[in-house]
Ligand binder design. Structure first.
Ligand SMILES: OCc1cccc(Br)n1
Length: 446
């Protein structure tokens, strides 16, 4: 950029005093703990995954939405003892506002639905793909961010909504080569717990807390579960009945214990019937132990799991009929799911299903000598205007270098701009897969 200044290579009495080299402060080139960079290869896989998220959402007629990564902390301050609350990535901004990096997308979606209010015609079918954050002590070395695909249906009280959402996830799995032999969905309803708890006159506001405690049943000793349940006011008898119900793995057995009068059994039966009609019965099973770890679920809950049991839950969701009203909105029924970008990639690796995604360009264009660089730029623009991708060689490079680069970027064609051909309005085109080479008129390039 014109040389000059210190270190411009000049010396002697007239040379300006050398400018002190900028203070070099060696930075850490790694991303912050728990976060990831996406270099080209990883970014191609992420784009492939997100393209499938978006195409499936489109197949189901959902519209894409997005929200700020930064939200008011108040959106996520729930007092039910959720892990997501304990790990909230929150801080006070320069305006002394309590804000948080969103740990999930559903509260933002609920906020936007309320904001839009009567201008929205129900049902609303929205999807989003967004980065979510948690601040977890790095002792466990887990990630602090991931991208979530969410689909939500607002305004449909029927379990047809949950059945539709599960169908969309099954559709996604099938598109990426995952089958019902690899993955299943455990399905239950929090109304099962509600019906048990109501027999022991447990107050409704305790319901969320009880669910969050029960969600830890696979993660902490059973005695600790019992202690925590009792500490929030659940009687010993109620605890025993709860734990017995949670071990149920069939709807028939559930009906025997809680009867068929309640909504829980009826809704679950309807969901399994709809699953048959959608054609995904082999993907789902009833499992009363599934409660999910978010306090706002009120009905059907489900989670995708790998049948080999090697991985954490792949996705999860359910009905949250009270969330909008707790934010001051109307009492609108809602359900949705979240699907993270990390566990599914571990699953694809396990199954040998990672897609082959490499850089590919239609053409590499190269001037054969320096004063034809402008001509090469003209050729590149002509091809790009026709929708052809072009890697334009930007410096004078030996042909050996050009061929090596052409192979690395998987170029279909090498376009050489040489002096004699250019004089005749021609360029030389080499089909790299066959080696066939011929001269083509510039205005016949396509
Ligand atoms: O699935 C819970 C969650 C929320 C935010 C970030 C990450 Br990583 N994981």
């Amino acid at each position: 950029n014109g040389g000059g200044g210190g270190g411009g290579g000049r010396s002697g009495a007239l040379a300006p005093a050398p400018v002190a080299a900028e203070e070099v402060q060696k930075i850490d080139v790694n991303p912050p703990k728990g976060t990831r960079d996406f270099p080209p290869e990883e970014m191609r896989l992420r784009n492939w995954l997100f393209r499938n998220f978006r195409e499936v959402s489109g197949l189901f007629g959902f519209e894409e939405v997005d929200f700020p990564v930064l939200e008011s902390e108040a959106l996520f301050v729930r007092k039910a003892g959720e892990e997501i609350r304990d790990q909230l990535y929150c801080f006070e901004d320069r305006g002394n506002r309590r804000v948080a990096l969103r740990p999930e997308l559903t509260p933002s979606l609920a906020r936007l639905v309320i904001q839009k209010g009567k201008s929205l015609s129900l049902p609303v079918k929205w999807f989003a793909v967004g980065q979510c954050w948690r601040y977890e002590r790095m002792t466990r070395g887990r990630r602090r961010e991931h991208y979530q695909w969410n689909m939500d249906i607002i305004g449909v009280p029927e379990v047809t909504a949950e059945a539709e959402l599960i169908s969309s996830i099954v559709t996604f799995f099938k598109r990426i080569g995952i089958t019902a032999s690899d993955v299943g969905f455990k399905v239950s309803s929090r109304k099962v717990l509600q019906e048990v708890l109501s027999r022991y006159s447990i107050r409704d506001e305790l319901f969320g807390k009880v669910c969050i405690i029960i969600d830890k049943i696979e993660k902490i000793p059973l005695d600790d579960i019992k202690k925590e349940l009792k500490s929030v006011g659940v009687s010993t008898e109620a605890v025993e009945q709860l734990l017995q119900v949670l071990s149920i793995k069939s709807l028939t057995e559930l009906e025997e214990i809680v009867g068929d009068a309640g909504e829980a059994v009826a809704e679950l039966k309807q969901l399994f019937s709809l699953a048959d009609k959608f054609g995904y019965s082999e993907w789902i099973q009833f499992d009363a132990s599934i409660v999910r770890g978010l306090a706002y679920y009120t009905g059907i809950v489900f989670e995708g799991f790998d049948r080999e049991g090697k991985l954490r839950a792949i996705c999860g969701g359910g009905r949250y009929d009270r969330l909008l009203s707790t934010f001051g909105g109307d009492d609108i029924p809602a359900c949705g799911f979240g699907f993270g970008d990390a566990v599914v990639v571990e699953l694809l690796k396990e199954k040998g299903l990672l897609p082959e995604l490499s850089l590919q360009v239609d053409n590499i264009v190269c001037a054969l000598d320096h004063d034809l660089q402008g001509a090469a730029a003209t050729v590149a623009s002509i091809l790009r205007d026709k929708g052809q991708s072009v890697d334009l060689v930007l410096e004078n490079k030996p042909l050996k270098w050009v061929f090596k680069r052409a192979a690395r970027i998987n170029a279909d064609r090498l376009i050489l701009v040489g002096s004699s051909e250019w004089q005749r309005g021609m360029v030389s085109v080499k089909i790299l897969s066959t080696g066939e080479q011929r001269e083509i008129k510039l205005d016949e390039l396509e």
